[in-house]
Design a protein around this ligand. Sequence first.
Ligand code: PLP
Length: 366
Amino acid sequence: MSQYERFYNFSAGPAALPLPALEEAARDLVCYPNAGASVLELSHRGKVIDGIIKEAEARLRRILNIPDNYYVMFLQGGATTQFSMVPVNFLSEDGTAVYMEQGTWSKKAIAEAKRVGNVEIAWSDKENNFTRVPADDEYEVRADAKYFHITSNETIHGVEFLRDPKSNGVPMVCDASSDFLGRPIDITKYALVYAGAQKNIGPAGVTVSILSDDFYKKLIDDDRRPIMMNYKTHVENKSLYNTCPVFAIYMVGLVLKWLEEEKGGIAGIYKENQAKAEMLYKAIDESNGFYRGHAAADSRSIMNVTWRTPSDDLDKEFAKEAEAHKMLGLKGHRSVGGIRASIYNATSLEAVEALVKFMAEFKNKH
Ligand SMILES: *Cc1c(COP(=O)(O)O)cnc(C)c1O
């Protein structure tokens, strides 16, 4: 086996990247065409990088149909920093924000909002250790809320909104870190959508935030707020207030190019993602109870598939044996246990086929 052989990658994040994007980046790493230097060595205020950032934004706007009255920002600090930025910009001490409690990541978002103002939980599935998302008639959002926060896909539990939930006219904020660009989303239904790149759209180091102009006008101005924590800084300076994460944005641009030119955009990749997820859930459902899925049937994520074997020991054995079969990243998150296969855009149908085959062999063996 070559030390450079690439395995099938089911890691949750940082996660698999499309090979053509990696190859192009590798080819141009030492010298970007006609630039005289590497992307890693050029000023973020120069012509080359400016072109790279503008092209990435234009592609993203095309792929997702983002209207002109939305700002697109390339930020640092991960989705976790967005957990803090959202309340410090849009929630006041006496104001209330409504949150959906869907799993580990939404709990962290809620904790950050509580530092700033009042939080009301619209719906929670905590008592079941987060196995589903609610239907629209199972929750209300109070009309005077500053915003309503949801997590489109709970990465750790493998529970996903495969629709745009209702928000009762309250500005809806969405942490889309783990399913951004994996399925259709109607941006006009949201006031703010943010996603750390390292799950589905690029490497760690950049976070995409898409903010509506209407919601931006509701930003609470406060001179005491650290300048980097202010959306106004990034809107006014078009993500170039300070040195932006140049290489991460460049990589996102390459992934967007692959998605648009080779995968047929959102419609094409969504079809493929559905086929991958179906194949995997079928293997779980038809295992005569050997594998048990975590998520309820109507809330199953098409990005992170979570399940268990008959015992904790076998769960561990599964991940270990899978790695010996050249499959990476199948151990479940420590807070849920079991097994998790992250099947983001860049994880191929062929990888999922290999996993399903391995699941059958593992079941017969044990
Ligand atoms: C990974 C993840 C986060 C945290 O992202 P960081 O970039 O590590 O801060 C937040 N929300 C969701 C849904 C995630 O999957």
